[in-house]
Design a protein around this ligand. Sequence first.
Ligand SMILES: Cc1ncc(COP(=O)(O)O)c(C=O)c1O
Length: 379
Amino acid sequence: MGYKIPLFNLNFDEREAQAAYDTIKSGWISTGPKNEQLEQMFIDMWKVSYAVSMTNCTAALHVCCMVCGLGPGDEVLVPSLTFAASVNSIRYAGATPVFCDIIGPDHINIDPKEIEKKITPKTKAIVVVHMAGFPAHMDEIMAIARKHNLKVIEDACHGPLSEYKGKKLGTLGDCAAFSFFSNKNISTGEGGMFITNNEEMAKKARLLRSHGMTTMSYQRASGHATTYDILELGYNYRMDDIRAAIAIEQLKKLPADLDTRIKVRQRYVEQLANMKDVVVPFADNKEFVSNYIMPVVLTKGDTAYRDAIRDKIHAAGIQTSVHYPAVHRFSIYKDYPAVLPQTEYVTDHEITLPMYAALTETQIDFICQTVEQAVKEIS
Ligand SMILES: Cc1ncc(COP(=O)(O)O)c(C=O)c1O
């Protein structure tokens, strides 16, 4: 809409429409059998013990913070180069976010050295964001967490089925959150998933998702329960079955979608890797990843220069974005000051190019030529 080549394209066809229609016709549309099926698919595909669907990833992150026992007085280490929800969820739990820098333009994930530097006696957890679906340095991060007895929450929003040394992202820390927002690899409009290998966390997450109630409407309607108790101050973080039915179709398509995205990225990297004044983050990655987005970082100029280049790309009919405006610079985070030179460099020089499985080779080549031309023309 608006651009010849949008940033993202829904991988939807008749299957999603049919799944939504069938669920509506089934007579059960709130959290029920489709959510159960979706949770089981996550358990099987992620090889994880527990999955609890959520209304969105922000809710799942809030639940992660609560099941990790975070609260007032606790400090939680988190990158600033992320979407605000990674940080806000810490505050919903009453804890204090402490911003950590990223490694640099070629690896835009949290820097383990920063984590070590910012640990205090109040530090209780680390929120790791796997940017663009590329794994953070989890061996180092988990070693630091074990040494200091910290919980690790993975914001794996960008990385469904991405791997780190043979394990799926989201299964390396204590618990993790995924998003099914429209532009994510799995799209349902809104939606999310909490996963963990910890039984206690899973039980608590399930309670918190639905008002702390011991049974759900579907269990009562299907005759498995007649009443309920309320054990926790919970929330309504449930996903409905219409969305879960769409998510099931999306998840079936995901492996093939990701295989195609790998080819899209390869073609991008072939042309961008040696382009003057441009760095491709994670260019040396060897892991299987989701390729949620296609970020590049300019090696010169300032924000105005970056924005002028974006304008040129937009004028050619190509949509771009910035991942992300750094969270610590937002007005509501002015009381959480942080010195984050790498984050500030990347947030001022990053451009996100279109990424989706249906991008054609001709389109990718056109995007790369447009970037090269824009970098040449603007100095
Ligand atoms: C890194 C990250 N974390 C959390 C979220 C929040 O996800 P949701 O929109 O499903 O709440 C997003 C969504 O854009 C994200 O990119």
